[in-house]
Design a protein around this ligand. Sequence first.
Ligand code: 4AD
Ligand code: MG
Length: 431
Amino acid sequence: MDTIRIEDAKNYVDQEVRLGAWLRNKRGSGKMQFLQLRDGTAFFQGVVSKEAVGEEIFAKAKALTQETSMYLIGTIREDERSPFGYEMQVKDLTVVGESDGYPITPKEHGTDFLMDHRHLYLRHIQPFAVLRIRNTIIAATYEFFNKEGFVKIDSPILTGSAPEGTTELFHTEYFDTDAYMSQTGQLYAEAGAMAFGRVFTFGPTFRAEKSKTRRHLTEFWMIEPEMAWMTQDDSLEVQERYIAYLIQAVLDRNQYELDLLGRDKELLQSYTQLPYPRVSYDDAIKLLQENEFDVEWGVDFGSPEETFLANHFAKPVFITNFPKEIKAFYMKRHPDRDDVVISADLLAPEGYGEIIGGSERDTDYDYLEQRIKEQGLDLKEYSWYLDLRKYGSVPHSGFGLGLERAVTWITGEEHIREAIPFPRTMNRLWP
Ligand code: 4AD
Ligand code: MG
């Protein structure tokens, strides 16, 4: 007899198999028990009939409590009424781990309660579906960049610099000096691009954001490709192909999870149509002003502006060439204008806002030195970075995709905390 996982049930119709599973819930009568089972691969039902199993096993089934783990033996049957399509006609069951007073009962619980019990809540349908889609996005990221000849570079997490601004730093002691939790792997990726041509970093990044929004985590994972000999236009093409690849991978591999979440698959499919529109920051400001937004040239977009812009195009949209003053020091100057940089943010539709930030990088030593000073950064911390401009500097571009922003959007979740196994936010460091 084969031991299977629930997702393999379709291959075992009318066969007797063994299965390890947990009980989510159950209902039934004095003659039948319907066990809602899960094993981490899918959810399905085990049917226990008193007539078929006898008094003793039926009594065991009837006494099962939520989240008890067990081995079941039974026959897989097709079950047209369930969304999963299969169930198990149970013949025998053995309890492995008892479960007493499981806190997350089938009734409605508030978000704080669920997040306080995140270590257990992971077992439930919504986190299951979202985090399996996250897993696909991670796998597809490696596939995409490996296919395109990128080398993965691992950037350090403990750093001495603050390339994305000094107000959002997590400080820590590092023996007798100071260290910061990395805000971005980009500067290291740039060093990597000069060594390997095309690289990507993928790791946790940290921002001491004092914003309690549905888009901000203090610890999030970022994918940062960096490409030598590539202009910003080349980079935008890589970005849109990458996003379309991720969405297609999820559509191909996670139908079940998308259905559990009730995500609109046709809408998702529409986002694989390329290209995405490119709209300059100047035009975006005009468009906002024409639509009654109280914005002036030079401001950064907030969430209402981002939502409007992406919904206006009903697609992900690149907003290009932002004002220099609101962007990081390394972004390339515009060839004819002093007030904007060669950059783009990719805004996701449906109110999800910025998912990618990127730019071409300036290659001029003196200009970068001046920008570092202007932004109040410590020149000493960047001397190694400036070396990259001293020894064979080349045009290069890169971008950063916030993994959880992408997962939140693709899964259609309300809040970014759902898109990471154990979220870290301004007021959550536990569990
Ligand atoms: O726009 P950001 O700050 O860009 C950078 O860090 C560049 N160094 C990237 C690069 O060019 N290599 O951040 C990039 C992305 C954002 O578009 C967003 O998706 C995500 O990272 N992000 C956050 N995600 C969750 N919580 C936060 N607090 C985030 N801050 C940025
Ligand atoms: Mg940004």
